[in-house]
Design a protein around this ligand. Structure first.
Ligand code: MN
Length: 359
């Protein structure tokens, strides 16, 4: 291992060394940690139970882009915002649509998230007002961590080799701010409050047994987006909500294989303009929703824009996140007798400040 690689409290320097070292290190670590390993006595004193560890950001986020790439989610949200005829934008079946997010907004699981203020405009109101978001929401996503840089357009196969791994990602979203601001340049302040990720990165090598193809193409893709091999993974995902002092309800269960575009396709598309990618860039998959009501990845969809609030066992209901609710995403790839766990991406929502401009 090149000197100093692990001196920094992030994986960035290690990622920069490239796939050959990633593979060699994984092999070495697996041998060290295997049951009955010769060095077990040497290693054991350095192992800490997960419950006793405070986990930190696993990497320093260089830049962050978020996509919109699960068809059920795009159709549901598009139906609510524009009606079923115009639900899918005309480019959706051709382009992995994304927007440039804020790396500064990314926080580690367990961080508290403050309900944001913003410009809100009710559909029947003439003018906007400045107020705390009343439609604060989650988005169940996977984050793809770019571990190698690029300077020009890359193929999907080259993109795949640049991917260091995956985390769970909650793209907190203020729907009322989003609805008023998103035309014509897309989400801005609605997505900039916080984005919560899980604390360790799961590598493609660990996910290899779970590789699955993207769904059948509904429109032929331009050749640069062709996948040389299946680009998704069979990863079970769920969303849990715990009210203050209450017990958790699992709101939704879905799977990463619901994506229409893979992370490698998104990364390849991201480079088509010549946009340079850098070590530590994160690409959000887009909200992952299945076809059924209990597999939706946002409260916006679960409550159908607030028209069908989700009932909780304590008698309360939710159209969006309430103050002091804790939202948690979990993910695991389940093999025959083994599980590749992602841990969780959890965050408690604190009430909005009384007056954000009080000085
Ligand atoms: Mn998102």
């Amino acid at each position: 291992m090149p000197g100093g690689t692990f001196a920094a409290p992030s994986w960035n320097a290690f990622m920069a060394h490239g796939p050959a070292l990633w593979a060699a290190f994984r092999e070495e670590l697996a041998a060290l940690l295997a049951e009955g390993a010769a060095q077990q006595a040497e290693v054991a004193p350095h192992l800490v139970p997960l419950a006793d560890a405070a986990l930190h950001m696993p990497f320093s986020v260089t830049e962050y882009t978020d996509f919109y790439a699960a068809k059920n989610h795009a159709f549901n949200v598009g139906t609510m915002f524009r009606g079923p005829e115009n639900a899918l934008p005309p480019n959706w079946l051709s382009i992995p649509i994304g927007y440039n997010g804020r790396a500064s907004s990314v926080v580690i699981s367990g961080s508290e998230v403050r309900r944001p203020w913003g410009q809100l405009k009710a559909p029947d109101a003439e003018l906007p007002r400045f107020a705390p978001s009343e439609r604060f929401d989650i988005e169940l996503e996977m984050g793809c961590i770019v571990g190698q840089p690029s300077t020009g357009p890359v193929t999907v196969a080259e993109a795949e080799a640049m991917i260091f791994g995956y985390v769970l990602m909650n793209d907190w979203s203020a729907r009322d701010i989003q609805a008023w601001e998103y035309m014509p340049l897309g989400p801005f302040q609605s997505k900039a409050t916080a984005t919560t990720i899980s604390p360790w990165i799961v590598t493609p090598a660990a996910l290899e047994p779970f590789r699955v193809p993207t769904p059948p193409r509904e429109r032929e893709l331009l050749p640069y987006l062709d996948e040389p091999r299946p680009g998704l993974f069979d990863i079970d995902l769920e969303v849990g909500l715990t009210p203050e002092g209450g017990t958790e309800t699992v709101l939704s269960r879905t799977n990463y294989r619901e994506m229409y575009y893979s992370a490698a396709q998104q990364l390849a598309h991201h480079t088509t303009s010549g946009c340079p990618m850098r070590v530590g860039d994160m690409l959000g998959s887009g909200t992952i929703s299945g076809a059924s009501k209990d597999s939706r990845g946002s409260l916006l969809e679960m409550s159908w824009g607030g028209k069908e609030p989700v009932a909780l066992p304590d008698g309360s209901s939710r159209s969006f996140v309430a103050d002091n609710d804790t939202l948690v995403l979990r993910g695991a790839a389940k093999g025959d007798g083994f599980t590749i766990g992602f841990g969780e991406a959890a965050g408690k929502v604190l009430p909005a400040l009384e007056d954000p401009y009080a000085r």
